[in-house]
Design a protein around this ligand. Structure first.
Ligand code: 6R9
Length: 566
């Protein structure tokens, strides 16, 4: 029997109180995610249960019980407190998927500070704008990433401490740097957890928009309520499961469902901190007997490409339930998974801003391949017309709207109230995606309502890439759009005009690509750069991305009446 039982029954008299009661929380109580994910699980008699099975390069493995997680997060929290970190100070976690990342996340929350996880492949510029916006006080990082912090240090007077968690004691430390080693630190058994309340801030995740700088999405400790229940009912986590969430905690799936969801219910999870290969993924599943697997469409399409024969070479019989998130999951991928794994990938839809799953497929529910499923119980969702009224006619496309009343809804964009306000209309929160709803109530993704590029499940702002391109000496003007791609669905493509004296050749293309990779990230790096004599512009001088995009997708170009073609 699945945890959710019957979806139709659950939606009848749903209340978030179900989760509150299961977690033993009452309105007004102290609620701290760090405590819920470690101390409480130990109190339930699971101190010796495995919480984390970690594997890094070369097959190196580390294992942590819930008691280890409790002690490690206490120890890190204590260390930060002694450095002067107070509640609501921002602590950036800039690490690969190493155990310290997961453990520090809880340590930061335990002292009431705000965790700011950032994807470790981010380059100097990406790191700088996010630390600058958050006015981050402390950054915890690794030796291999500290160079990026050093290069932007001058511009960050409020950053008081740079903690290196894997320093070998060889190279000298620089300004504001210190070393912390979980292995040698004295373990803190008794720890006073900061008494955060429901609305105390917990987390800042940065997400990219079409224009302007990335937005810091603020979440609060009460988000636990919906993260806990969605993990339980949708991922169907059971006490003896071995769970694998492939997402990086630099992004929302990696925190909501790669830390909080599973650990708040005392589930053993595993983490593979190496790059992707179909072979190593199957080996990992077989070796650890993964029973619940949560991944993303780009990975699934890559596995499809790797072929059916490879699936048969591995014992994947431990798998019981599989799910996907982050970008459109095409019907073929669902049908393929049903054939080769004996079960479909259950698609789920969430956003950095929503904090937990909004639309999803449930165990026991008929999966319609290509559909995102139905709203989670307690979520009021609709597809809206131009007046932001729900469309009642089936299969008509409109903007998705959610009534902003679920526990893990973002509370604000950090220091950006204006953009936050724009996300609402007629009482609906607008995630910026379009969908249809069929006659059975299933949602079908249509597309985004903006120019943001979703490459391999990661959002990239065309504005950020365009601005970074302009900083290259050869580039005079730039326009960035999504280009279709078989595996990643979309990749970044740049159109540029050059400054006098530069030659438009392959060598320069490579140089510009690398420049963006280092400055922003490998995700944001254009996969192709097209040189132009001039870029299409409106009469007011705005570059018409829409036209360039349409060309890439072989679509109608649409209204060009404002085009300046002198
Ligand atoms: C989790 C995550 C959110 C955007 C979202 C939408 C797209 C997420 C999807 C999906 C189609 C799904 N998205 N899940 N599109 N089907 N099941 O990726 O968060 O980085 O904030 O991106 O991703 O466009 O608005 P985030």
């Amino acid at each position: 029997m699945s945890n959710i039982g019957s979806y139709d029954e659950r939606i009848k008299d749903f209340s978030w109180k179900i989760a509150e009661e299961e977690l033993g929380y009452k309105e007004g109580d102290v609620i701290n995610i760090g405590w819920y994910c470690s101390d409480r699980i130990c109190d339930q008699g699971k101190a010796d249960k495995l919480a984390l099975i970690w594997e890094g390069l070369g097959g190196v493995e580390k294992r942590y019980t819930f008691n280890d997680v409790r002690l490690a997060s206490n120890t890190i929290g204590d260390h930060l407190r002694k450095l002067g970190v107070k509640n609501e100070d921002r602590v950036c976690l800039f690490m690969d998927k190493i155990p310290e990342l997961y453990l520090s996340f809880l340590g930061v929350l335990k002292i009431g500070a705000i965790a700011q996880p950032l994807f470790s492949a981010f380059g100097d510029e990406s790191l700088h704008v996010r630390l600058d916006n958050a006015q981050t006080k402390v950054i915890m990082t690794q030796r291999k990433h500290v160079g990026k912090v050093r290069r932007i240090l001058e511009q960050m007077p409020y950053l008081t401490h740079i903690i290196i968690v894997d320093h070998d004691g060889k190279k000298p430390l620089k300004e504001r740097e210190s070393v912390f080693s979980l292995e040698t630190a004295e373990k803190i058994e008794k720890f006073e957890i900061f008494p955060t309340k429901a609305e105390s801030p917990s987390l800042l995740h940065y997400t990219s928009g079409t224009t302007g700088q990335p937005k810091g999405v603020k979440h609060v400790h009460y988000s636990l309520i919906s993260q806990y229940l969605t993990a339980k009912w949708v991922l169907d986590l059971q006490d003896d499961d071995i769970y694998w969430c492939t997402a990086d905690p630099g992004w929302v799936t990696g925190t909501s469902y790669g830390i909080i969801g599973p650990w708040s219910q005392g589930i053993t999870q595993c983490v593979l901190d190496t790059g992707f290969s179909a072979e190593s993924w199957y080996k990992f599943i077989a070796k650890n007997k993964v029973s619940m697997w949560y991944s993303a469409p780009t990975a699934i399409r890559s596995l499809m490409k790797a072929g059916d024969a490879l699936v048969k070479e591995h014992d994947l019989s431990s798998l019981r339930h599989i799910a996907s998130v982050g970008e459109p999951l095409n019907a073929e991928a669902v049908i393929w998974s049903e054939r080769v794994y004996g079960m479909p990938f259950y698609d789920t839809y969430l956003q950095t801003e929503t904090g937990s799953m909004m639309l999803t497929n449930y165990p026991g529910m008929k999966v319609k391949p290509g559909s995102m499923g139905k709203p989670f119980p307690g979520i009021t969702a609709a597809v809206l017309d131009d007046n932001f009224e729900p469309i009642t006619e089936p299969s008509k496309s409109g903007l998705i709207g959610f009534r902003p009343d679920w526990p893990s809804m973002m509370r604000e964009y950090w220091r950006n109230e204006e953009t936050f306000k724009k996300k609402f209309a007629n009482g609906w929160y607008l995630p910026g995606d379009k969908s249809t709803i069929d006659k059975d109530g299933y949602y079908w993704f249509v597309g985004r309502d903006d120019d943001v590029i979703n490459t391999g499940g990661h959002l990239v702002s065309p504005f950020e890439v365009e601005s970074a391109l302009l900083e290259h000496e050869a580039v005079a003007e730039s326009a960035v759009v999504a280009k279709p791609d078989q595996v990643n669905m979309e990749v970044v493509k740049a159109f540029v005009t050059l400054n006098p004296g530069f030659i438009a050749d392959d060598d320069l293309e490579l140089k510009i690509m690398n420049f963006i990779r280092k400055k922003l990230s490998p995700l944001a790096m254009p996969q192709e750069i097209e040189y132009m004599e001039k870029l299409p512009k409106t009469r007011s001088g705005k570059i018409m991305r829409r036209m360039l995009r349409a060309k890439e997708w072989g679509e109608e170009i649409g209204d060009t009446s404002t085009l300046d073609d002198e």
